[in-house]
Design a protein around this ligand. Structure first.
Ligand code: C5P
Length: 236
């Protein structure tokens, strides 16, 4: 399928129109950014890995009845997805303390949380994606309270599915970020990507980081980590 006009360029992806008016083509780039764009770089073949990894995760979720924007994988870097309006709320789910949760609440990285935590962030680069609560989201008309409850419940269901399946691959799902969109028919579906750019994955045996934290913290072997995740989830 031919790409048409580009409708959006983000930090890691470009989105194009195509001959189907209910679909977009997403192209995954190798560009990497961290700390809200302050750190910039490139990870060799990242776009190829993230396209393949997201394909596997969307397939796992479909098998369990979760509706996503995924339609088809078109090429190494291109995915065909349903056309949606992205809800400007990033939904972060956490099983283990790390990243901004650990620093904000003074927790030790690696501490298992007694209960899974779901957080909402406003999707706004200029403001650095601030943490928001339900009433902020409703007041700013980002979503209704019912929609937010639906996003939270869906994020927890997705967490259960991915956590269990990754466990069988020896991978600990520490935390991850989801984005949702609304189709022309008004259905809320999971959108964006699920990849080492948007999740924290640790090896269960060694606690080795297998995600974008290797880039954020200059830990080296970044490309190898993405490749390792793809390899593990593709193995039956
Ligand atoms: O940085 P923080 O600890 O809040 O990130 C939580 C999770 O959400 C991590 O897996 C991170 O990769 C992901 N995230 C993301 N995009 C953002 C912020 C966080 O994918 N803008």
């Amino acid at each position: 399928m031919q790409k048409g006009q580009m409708v959006y360029e983000g930090k890691a992806k470009r989105v194009y129109e195509c001959e189907r008016d209910d679909a977009y083509i997403v192209e995954f780039k190798d560009d990497a950014t961290a700390f809200n764009g302050q750190k910039k770089g490139s990870i060799t073949k990242k776009g190829v890995y993230n396209n393949a990894i997201s394909t596997v995760f969307f397939d796992w979720l479909k098998q369990e009845g979760i509706v996503t924007h995924y339609i088809d994988t078109l090429s190494e870097r291109e995915m065909l997805v349903k056309r949606v309006r992205i809800i400007p709320v990033e939904v972060v789910t956490r099983n283990v303390a790390a990243g901004t949760l650990a620093s904000r609440l003074g927790l030790i990285e690696g501490e298992k949380l007694k209960q899974t935590v779901v957080e909402f962030y406003l999707k706004n680069d200029e403001l650095g994606d601030p943490l928001i609560n339900h009433s902020h989201a409703v007041a700013l008309e980002l979503a209704t309270r019912e929609e937010l409850d639906h996003l939270e419940r869906t994020a927890l269901m997705i967490n259960d599915i991915l956590y269990e399946r990754l466990h069988t691959k020896g991978v600990l799902l520490v935390d991850f970020k989801l984005e949702f969109g609304v189709t022309a028919e008004g259905e809320i579906v999971l959108a964006d990507e699920i990849s080492p750019d948007t999740c924290r994955f640790w090896d269960e045996q060694t606690n080795e980081k297998l995600d974008k934290d290797r880039f954020r913290r200059d830990l080296g072997r970044v490309e190898e980590a993405y490749q390792e995740i793809l390899h593990r989830i593709q193995n039956k």
